[in-house]
Design a binder for this molecule. Structure first.
Ligand SMILES: *Cc1c(COP(=O)(O)O)cnc(C)c1O
Length: 571
């Protein structure tokens, strides 16, 4: 194993994220936030950007999903062996939790790009002899446990991560906080940059917030007030102690509770939302801060199916590291696009027949894909609002493939899954419906390219960006989606795909109503999408090509990272 010290030769961007999803073998992610982080790092490696990523080891992963015979979600810990995939680095940092010293160590994963780029990812771990048994479990469970557990994790991530980087000799030029979970690192930096009290007017001005701001970039991902991490100050005092004086902490993190978003907002010189609309919504949530927008992306090489990859390699060589080349999609003959898509569809159907007993889908039927976390705002069951109408429209003409996990504490999400599975029984062979178990990066990469359209109908404005639709576009799968998140920027009606429901209002944070959306979904499916799919193959392939040439060429993490570099990191 060659040395890792060369990573410390130059000053790096330190990218902090509670979850990172690089491959299905490293199950330290739950959904879009983690997969985005993984894609970000992969593009940074392709582009040879100077970056180190920091996250938690999550020894028990998120969870492995299966279903009971009643269609109820079953969760099991994921067993994976960090020592088989990662290298333990020497050196340990100490953090204070409940007045105890807790040791933190890091495991290294090297993200290697075909371009020769290589980036380190550090997975923080407290399962170290000498730590109390309860402290050894802090880095076990992603999004498990209560507020106390979460706060301990955030201490390890933010403070432990910053300290360990220093101990290992990493030089950091900017800290990028991917969501507020790592905000506590700003307190560590405040302490590091503190001026001696005798040089200043008073105690407060010894804390140099400007210097910390210059070092930090913050990306918010949450479009509703309730979604932001908050901790009562008595809990913070008990668990974390006084890292900085309480009066200063309240000034920076909010008067009533420690709000991790507020803390990051106050201590970052550059703040952004993850789509234009989300930037506006965040600006309305946090007046007084300047909030920019950099729209998310997906990593081209990871998310193009083998079938599309072969096609792009043939006609648009170099596309994977210069995805802008996809703008020249018209160089590819229609027939080749169609055959590549048929390949991806057959591959998905083969997979389905292997994992779901007795299900054989028909490759000639329009197949609708829907997969994402089974959170209530995503409304995965919306298409079943009027089952008779759906049957009238789709009998023998559509098939549905679903996947997605509900958070273990989310009863409503689990009920949605159960409902979809019971709809599968109701519709039987007339509209075949499959719910694939254990949605993860591997399932996503088989499922998304293999369907004909990608359905997304979240409640506006709750989809900050959404990225699975970008993975679809990259594979020539048009989006059929509510106008929220990235789709507001990618949608051209009938050209790149189709909208569901009304256009977005400027900065409204009120959630939309369902009736209009349902009506529009049925109408368009019946009158526009099905006739085009079955009656005008050339017209359909045109939409597929526009999804690639007008969406995928732009909504990828290469373009996104070029923006972070020029608009955030170099400022
Ligand atoms: C891309 C991806 C997501 C995010 O999908 P959204 O549509 O943005 O919610 C979640 N989980 C997995 C496994 C993914 O690959």
């Amino acid at each position: 194993m060659h040395d890792w010290r060369h990573f410390t030769d130059q000053a790096l961007i330190a990218y902090f994220s509670m979850e990172i999803g690089l491959t299905a073998e490293i199950p330290t992610y739950s959904g879009g936030l983690g997969v985005l982080a993984g894609d970000t790092i992969k593009s940074a490696a392709d582009m040879k950007l100077p970056l180190v990523a920091v996250t938690l080891l999550s020894r028990k992963g998120y969870f492995k999903q299966s279903f009971s015979s009643e269609g109820w979600q079953i969760e099991e810990p994921v067993s994976w062996k960090p020592e088989e995939l990662l290298e333990l680095l020497p050196g340990k940092a100490l953090v204070t939790i409940e007045k105890r010293d807790v040791k933190v160590q890091a495991w290294l994963y090297r993200v290697k790009s075909p371009t020769g780029g290589e980036l380190p990812v550090l997975f923080l771990d407290t399962d170290i002899p000498g730590n109390l048994p309860e402290d050894r479990q802090i880095t076990d469970q992603l999004y498990g446990g209560d507020k106390t557990y979460r706060l301990k994790q955030e201490i390890v991530l933010g403070i432990g991560g910053a300290r360990l980087l220093q101990i290992l000799g990493f030089q950091v030029r900017k800290y990028h906080l991917n969501e507020g979970h790592a905000s506590l690192l700003t307190l560590e930096l405040l302490n590091r940059h503190r001026r001696p009290v005798e040089d200043t007017w008073d105690e407060r001005s010894s804390w140099d917030t400007r210097l910390v701001q210059e070092k930090c970039v913050f990306t918010t991902h949450t479009p509703v007030e309730a979604g932001h991490d908050k901790f009562p100050y008595d809990l913070v005092e008990r668990i974390m102690g006084a890292v900085v004086p309480l009066s200063l902490l309240k000034e920076l993190g909010g008067p009533d509770e420690l709000n991790m978003t507020m803390l990051a907002l106050n201590l970052s010189h550059y703040v952004n939302g993850v789509a234009k609309k989300h930037g506006e919504v965040s600006q309305a949530l946090f007046p007084g801060f300047e909030i920019h927008a950099i729209t998310n992306g997906v990593h081209p090489f990871t998310w193009a199916s083998l079938f599309m990859t072969a096609l792009y390699d043939k006609y648009l060589p170099g596309w994977a590291n210069e995805p802008e080349l996809l703008v020249r999609i018209d160089l590819i003959p229609d027939q080749d696009i169609w055959e590549a898509h048929r390949g991806a569809k057959a591959y998905l159907f083969q997979y389905i027949s292997e994992v779901v007993e007795g299900v054989q889908l028909d490759p000639d039927i329009l197949t609708i894909g829907f997969a994402r976390r089974a959170a209530p705002y995503k409304r995965s069951n919306m298409i079943f609002t009027d089952t008779e109408r759906l049957l009238a429209i789709g009998d023998g003409k559509i098939q549905l493939v679903y996947a997605g996990k509900a958070h273990p504490n989310d009863e409503q999400g689990k009920q949605m899954i159960q409902e979809i599975k019971s709809q599968a029984d109701y519709f039987g062979d007339r509209i075949k419906i499959v719910y694939l178990p254990n949605y993860n990066i591997d399932v996503a990469s088989i499922l998304i390219p293999g369907v004909d359209i990608w359905l997304n109908n979240p409640l506006r404005p709750l989809e900050a960006s959404g990225t699975s639709g970008m993975k679809a576009a990259l594979n020539g799968v048009p989006n059929f989606s509510v106008l929220d998140g990235w789709w507001i920027e990618g949608h051209i009606e009938g050209v790149t795909g189709w909208s569901i429901g009304p256009p977005p209002t400027e900065t409204s944070t009120d959630v939309s109503s369902s009736d209009e959306d349902v009506e529009d979904l049925y109408n368009k499916l019946e009158k526009v999408i099905l006739p085009l799919y079955y009656g005008d193959r050339e017209g359909w392939i045109n939409v597929m090509k526009s999804a690639i040439g007008k969406n995928a060429y732009y909504f990828n993490t290469h373009v996104m990272m070029r923006r972070y570099v020029t608009e955030a990191y170099l400022r």
